[in-house]
Design a protein around this ligand. Sequence first.
Ligand code: MRU
Length: 341
Amino acid sequence: MLSTLEWTGSSVRLLDQTQLPTKIALVDISTPLQMHDAIRRLVVRGAPAIGVSAAYGACLAAMNFQGPLPVARQAVLDAADYLATSRPTAVNLFWALDQIRSVVRRSVATSVETLCQELLAECHRLFEEDRSRCRRIGEIGLAWLLERVKHRPITLLTHCNAGALATIAYGTALAPIYVGAEQGVAMEVYSDETRPLLQGSRITATELSRAGIPVTVLCDNMAASLMREKRIDAVFVGADRIAANGDAANKIGTFPLALVARHFGVPFVVLAPTSTIDATLPDGRGIPIEHRNPAEVVEPFGLKTAPPGVAVYNPAFDVTPADLITAIITEKKAHAAPFRF
Ligand code: MRU
């Protein structure tokens, strides 16, 4: 399995996901500035992975700091504020940075060195916690599927990448597939290519095929035809932010997929850690949606696909209303509608 991120002892080693699938390139991040840039450019992406990366990014501010302890503490808080501006939608980013801020507030460190140790211990804890939460999501998601689908192979459709490379390990939407594979449960996956940046074909297809899971890439607009032919047992997707009523933001194109799934009676399941739930928002209307560079749509991967100067609409996420969601699976349980977390 490829690792999303690793701590080297002095830097964070990220798999550069912008280079997939053609290159397995690693990049070492040693400053908060570099981490901000890596998150913004999608070198590291996926809500849980962004959160853990940002935490390490803030920790690097202390590790690079030379000067008195109170100034070091402020440098970490400033770095956390700065990293919080890298992407707006995934609430895991803000959640993880809040964990770092509370380490600084609670700190009993008497030197910059011990502050670094406290911060690093918190980052490693977030790293391990993400792995174990995703594992648990996989177990609960698999049990949910096995109760409902009796034939084999089980065929899932997914959108974007909510796999191991969007987290520390296992992923969220793909975790039940990996846990199922360990237990000999045959599954196959259709992966929407996921316009405009193709996380589905570049990243999901890469990680699943490397893990030996049968995966078929399709254009986003082919999902309805597949569902009409009854070739999909369930749609499994991740989320970047889930409001208190269950409305869920995920990669653009998730909402139309949920509408199509409802039309054909295919279960539509969102899988995410509890750190993706934003209890401060009563519904999805308050979820901030990132709008990205128009070039991603009209000049993807350096190829011009529209006339120069044309207007472009490029929101990175959409919000699926809770009433289209069959279940929301966290590391705690499979929630059924109406959602109460
Ligand atoms: O823009 P991205 O690639 O960060 O978008 C990622 C997604 O939308 C994922 O589905 C979501 O973050 C969940 S990852 C477990």
